[in-house]
Design a protein around this ligand. Structure first.
Ligand SMILES: Cc1cc2nc3c(=O)[nH]c(=O)nc-3n(C[C@H](O)[C@H](O)[C@H](O)COP(=O)(O)OP(=O)(O)OC[C@H]3O[C@@H](n4cnc5c(N)ncnc54)[C@H](O)[C@@H]3O)c2cc1C
Length: 375
């Protein structure tokens, strides 16, 4: 067993952490095209996309380590989330399942930052239960007509292209789901207004309505009925590499906590001199390192070509639970400063809370782990 990073992984990590540390953090509602382009120029928007389509062609371990560097270097986690959702849940399913002509048309624009991508599976009545998707895709000539309404589409308000999941055979449950690439300009497609939410402010989210939108047959990802597999594939990327970005965020937050515990004095001594504080920080450090090991083991298994379903679920669960625990403890450690909106600590907690919900809730990860145990 060898725990050293491959040279390319280490170089990528150092390059991205250094570059993103120098970016000014502006938490506007939606990151401007300029910052988005900067993500593209640094290679962040195409980390795992094949080089022939403008990406870097990295596997899971290096993509995750690069995402970790981004989360470590850049404090506006909404932008980090936005970039990773774009890459892992839109560009990757296209790279893995689309017709080569569609890949050539779409992926270079997504990798360079000329376009922004989104994925749309969730509906008002289909959240954890993706088999309940009601959006339909009906064959029409040499294409499909798609109708339905999606909700909670991250990047939706700014997206140029969407991966949309629709039902091609209502009788077949999850086997009747099919994924499509839908471009923004298509007739009948309406993007809703961005809505407010807890955290991740600079990744705007909205609804998406498709009213008899016609797409050509080559817009289909994979075969008819392969939508559930396409979605699971994108979740393998997201549950590992997007959550690696949280490892970066948490490393940054814990470093700040340790510095604060060493500097802040009360009762004539550093607050870190109290065992109640130092042991709590030691526990949180242990929590983060355990989550990190689970995550990179899952990435390594995926790079070996394994499904690693249970390992991926454990990694997602461990990182998201650590994120909430560590950022909540950070608010507490900073006392009054921790809850001030100008202190930067409460923002970390807000950005952490949604992590136990998206990419499958904690209960859904426990379901996968239990299934792996044969339960
Ligand atoms: C920040 C953020 C970004 C998102 N981005 C996107 C996106 O880009 N595209 C997209 O399509 N969707 C996106 N989503 C939606 C997300 O995938 C769903 O919110 C998630 O799958 C949960 O679905 P739901 O909100 O309908 O909750 P529900 O499924 O209604 O769940 C509500 C609660 O019930 C629990 N529950 C449900 N079923 C069970 C069960 N069988 N056993 C035990 N507990 C259960 C859940 O764990 C949860 O605690 C995003 C969500 C968030 C928060």
């Amino acid at each position: 067993m060898d725990f050293t990073w491959p040279a390319e992984t280490a170089e990528t990590f150092a390059r991205i952490a250094t570059a993103t540390r120098s970016w000014p953090a502006d938490e506007t509602l939606s990151p401007g095209r300029e910052r988005w382009r900067a993500c593209g120029e640094l290679g962040l928007l195409g980390l795992s996309v094949p080089q022939k389509y403008g990406g870097q062609g990295h596997g899971f371990v290096t993509t995750a380590r690069a995402a970790e560097a981004f989360g470590l270097g850049y404090p506006d986690f909404g932008l980090v989330f936005s970039a990773m959702a774009h890459l892992l849940a839109c560009a990757m399913p296209i790279a893995e399942y689309a017709d080569p002509a569609v890949c050539e048309h779409v992926l270079p624009k997504l990798c360079s930052g000329r376009w922004r991508g989104a994925n749309a599976i969730t509906e008002d009545t289909a959240g954890s239960d993706a088999t309940a998707v009601r959006t339909s895709a009906v064959r029409d000539g040499d294409g499909y007509r798609i109708s339905g309404t999606k909700t909670f589409v991250s990047n939706g308000p700014d997206a140029d292209v969407f991966v949309v999941y629709a039902r091609t055979d209502p009788a077949l449950g999850h086997l009747g789901l099919t994924a499509f690439v839908v471009e923004r300009g298509v007739e009948g497609l309406t993007v809703g207004e961005p809505f407010g939410k807890l955290g991740l402010e600079s990744c705007p989210a909205s609804s998406l309505t498709l009213a008899d939108c016609w797409v050509p047959g080559r817009a289909r990802l994979g075969r008819e009925g392969q939508g559930a597999a396409v979605f699971q594939g994108s979740m393998r990327w997201e549950r590992t590499c997007l959550f690696a970005a949280y490892l970066g965020q948490l490393t940054r937050v814990l470093d700040r906590c340790v510095r604060h515990a060493r500097q802040r004095r009360q009762f004539g001594r550093r607050i870190g001199a109290n065992q109640a504080v130092s042991h709590r920080l030691a526990e949180l450090h242990l929590r983060l390192e355990a989550a990190r090991l689970l995550l990179y083991r899952a990435c390594w298994r995926l790079d070996q070509g394994e499904q690693a379903t249970s390992e991926v679920a454990m990694a997602k669960l461990a990182v998201s639970q650590s994120a909430v625990e560590i950022t909540l403890a950070a608010v507490h450690l900073f006392g009054g400063e921790g809850v001030r909106c100008d202190g930067g600590i409460e923002r970390e907690l807000r950005n952490a809370v949604p992590s136990t919900i998206f990419s499958g809730t904690s209960e859904m990860q426990l379901e996968q782990i239990a299934a792996g145990l044969g339960l």
